[in-house]
Design a binder for this molecule. Structure first.
Ligand code: FAD
Ligand code: FES
Length: 268
C-alpha cells in the first residue's frame, strides 16, 4: 500500500520572480488533474513541508505552478532553490472552488496579496474555457504596486475580463488607485442574482470584503472564500487546521460564507 505521507520528488523546471518576496516554482508534475483552489504539500528535504495553493490552471497538463511568499523557515529555503533542483510534493488536497456549480454565472474575484494565487488557477481556467462562464471582474490589491503578483498576466486578463487594481500605499511609478481592495467594490455593479464572489487574502481583508459584499446584498451562499490555516498532514488526520468542527485541509480550504459565518475564530 502506498504511504500518503511520502512526497514525490519532482524537478523545478523554472522559477519566476513575481515580486520582492514571492517566487513561482514551475514544477515537473504532469496530468495532475487538480481543481482550481486545491493545494499541494511542498517539502524541501531536511527543512520541512508547507501547504501551497496550485496557482496554475488545470488546463495546463505539462507542469504546475506553486507561488510562494517568503515568510519563514521553510519558505525562505524555497526561495533559495534554482531551476534543476528537486523538491517533494504530495497532493492535490482539499476541496477547490465549485467550478461546475458556478458554470454559466458571472464571477467577481477579489484577491489580496498572495491570496491571488488560488484565484489565478480559476481565472486562467476560465480564460481557457471562456464559453462556460459569464462576465468576469477581478479586484486585486497589494501593499504596493511592486508587491502585486502575476503582473505578467494582467494584459491578458484585461483583454478578456474587467480588471481593477489598488495599492495600499503610494509608491514611485504607481498612478493607479490607492486604498484597500474592499474599496474597489464601489467600482463594480454586478447582477447579484447571477454572480458568485470568490475571495482569498489575509483575514482582515476577507472580513472587510465580506462586509462589503453583504452591504451589496450578496446571499451568503454566493460568497466563496478560500482560507489559510496552519496545517501538518493536509489529509484530515492531525487536527492542526480546524475551524470550529471542520478541518480546513479536507472540508476546505474553500467554503461558502453560509458554512463558516458562525465561527468566531475567523470573524472575531
Ligand atoms: C491551504 C493553504 C494554501 C496556501 N497557499 C499558499 C500559497 O499559495 N502561497 C504562499 O506563499 N503561502 C500559502 N499558504 C501559506 C503557507 O503555507 C505558509 O506561509 C507557510 O506554511 C509558512 O511556512 P514557513 O515555515 O516559511 O513559516 P514559519 O517559519 O512556520 O512561520 C512564519 C510566519 O508565517 C505564519 N504562518 C505559518 N504557517 C502559516 C499558514 N499555514 N498560514 C498562514 N500563515 C502561516 C506564521 O504564523 C509566522 O508568522 C497556504 C496555506 C494554506 C493552509
Ligand atoms: S492539516 Fe492535519 S487535519 Fe488538517
Amino acid at each position: 500500500m502506498s504511504n500518503q505521507y511520502i512526497p514525490q520528488t519532482v524537478e523545478i523546471l523554472g522559477i519566476l520572480e513575481e515580486s520582492r518576496d514571492v517566487k513561482t516554482l514551475r514544477l515537473d508534475v504532469r496530468n495532475l488533474r487538480h481543481e482550481p483552489g486545491q493545494f499541494m504539500e511542498l517539502s524541501v528535504f531536511g527543512y520541512g513541508e508547507i501547504p501551497v495553493s496550485i496557482s496554475s490552471s488545470p488546463t495546463l497538463e505539462d507542469y504546475i505552478d506553486l507561488s510562494v511568499k517568503n515568510v519563514g523557515s521553510v519558505t525562505s529555503v524555497v526561495h533559495e532553490a534554482e531551476p534543476g533542483d528537486t523538491v517533494g510534493v504530495r497532493g492535490p488536497y482539499g476541496r477547490g472552488f465549485p467550478v461546475r456549480e458556478v458554470g454559466g454565472r458571472d464571477l467577481l474575484f477579489i484577491g489580496g496579496g498572495i491570496g491571488l494565487a488560488p484565484l489565478r488557477s480559476f481565472i486562467d481556467y476560465i480564460r481557457d474555457e471562456r464559453d462556460g462562464f459569464g462576465d468576469v471582474s477581478i479586484l486585486y490589491g497589494a501593499r504596493t504596486a511592486d508587491d502585486m503578483v502575476f503582473r505578467q498576466e494582467f494584459d491578458d486578463w484585461r483583454s478578456m475580463f474587467d480588471l481593477h487594481l489598488i495599492a495600499d500605499v503610494e509608491s514611485e511609478g504607481w498612478y493607479g488607485r490607492v486604498g484597500f481592495v474592499n474599496e474597489l467594490l464601489a467600482d463594480v455593479s454586478p447582477d447579484i442574482k447571477n454572480t458568485y464572489a470568490v475571495v482569498c487574502g489575509p483575514s482582515i481583508m476577507m472580513k472587510s470584503v465580506v462586509k462589503g459584499l453583504k452591504d451589496m446584498q450578496f446571499p451568503d451562499e454566493q460568497i466563496i472564500l478560500s482560507f489559510e490555516r496552519r496545517m501538518k498532514c493536509g489529509i484530515g488526520k492531525c487536527g492542526h487546521c480546524n475551524i470550529g468542527d471542520r478541518y480546513v485541509c479536507v472540508d476546505g480550504p474553500v467554503f461558502s460564507y453560509d458554512k463558516v459565518r458562525g465561527y468566531r475564530e475567523i470573524w472575531g
